[in-house]
Design a protein around this ligand. Structure first.
Ligand SMILES: C[S@@+](CC[C@H](N)C(=O)[O-])C[C@H]1O[C@@H](n2cnc3c(N)ncnc32)[C@H](O)[C@@H]1O
Length: 217
């Protein structure tokens, strides 16, 4: 879990690199991840959506028009592009420079919590999922698209093992071999749909074992 007094992070060069990387490759990543995002974000029509780790706004295109987005984003370098894109898209942004393991929201106060490529990076996915279940109303949904550990012994699992350390350093904590599906399954949702999928045409070999879906409280 994040230290309660931790300020939002700024890894200088790496933070800038990540903001640049996710901006520059936004369209490409979206093309690759679109089949998963269509499943995860299908029927997302709430006026107010909480997104954890929105980065530079990859999921704005899946939000309803004129939605209000409450964005929990600790990387300060992501903030300016996220603000710009929300303004361009007509989305009302409340940007919280904090961590998803303590959401500044009352219990049972929101209908939708979404994320993509974030549970791989947060220090404690169980704590983040506990926060999501705390703030969601009964019947509310957690929607996710994540890369996960490849099947044990597979060539991709070996690549994940080999690249684990440099990858985590470059992508600010991203863990290549997390069992995120199990974390979602044990988080206390009443109905969980987890779809495993290998994105087509992706050049990012180590992260091409993915899951997407919804978990309803
Ligand atoms: C790989 S990026 C994905 C960004 C975006 N969701 C996307 O799909 O392009 C991971 C994001 O999670 C954010 N993040 C890292 N630790 C976090 C935490 N404890 N709480 C919330 N967000 C976090 C990072 O700052 C970054 O924006």
């Amino acid at each position: 879990m994040t230290d309660l007094d931790s300020p939002p992070f700024d890894h200088a060069v790496r933070g800038r690199f990540n903001a640049w990387f996710f901006s520059a490759l936004d369209r490409y990543i979206d093309r690759v991840a679109r089949p998963l995002k269509r499943i995860a974000f299908d029927g997302l029509d709430a006026a107010r959506v909480v997104e954890i780790g929105p980065g530079v706004g990859a999921n704005l295109r899946y939000l309803p028009a004129a939605a209000e987005l409450i964005a929990i984003e600790p990387n300060l370098r992501m903030h300016a592009p996220l603000r710009r894109r929300c303004a361009d898209a007509g989305i009302t942004l409340t940007l919280v420079p904090g961590y998803a393991d303590r959401l500044p929201l009352p219990d049972r106060s929101v209908d939708e919590v979404i994320c993509s490529l974030v549970l791989c990076t947060v220090p404690d996915p169980d704590a983040v999922l506990a926060e999501a279940t705390r703030v969601l109303r009964p019947g509310g949904r957690f929607r996710f698209v994540e890369h996960v550990a490849a099947p044990s012994g597979s060539p991709r699992a070996q690549a994940q093992q080999a690249l684990h350390k440099p990858w985590a350093w470059l992508f600010e904590g991203c863990d290549l071999h997390r069992d995120t599906a199990s974390a979602i399954e044990r988080a206390g949702f009443t109905r969980t749909t987890i779809v495993p999928m290998r994105p087509r045409g992706s050049i990012f070999y180590p992260v091409n074992t993915m899951i997407c879906g919804t978990a309803e409280l």
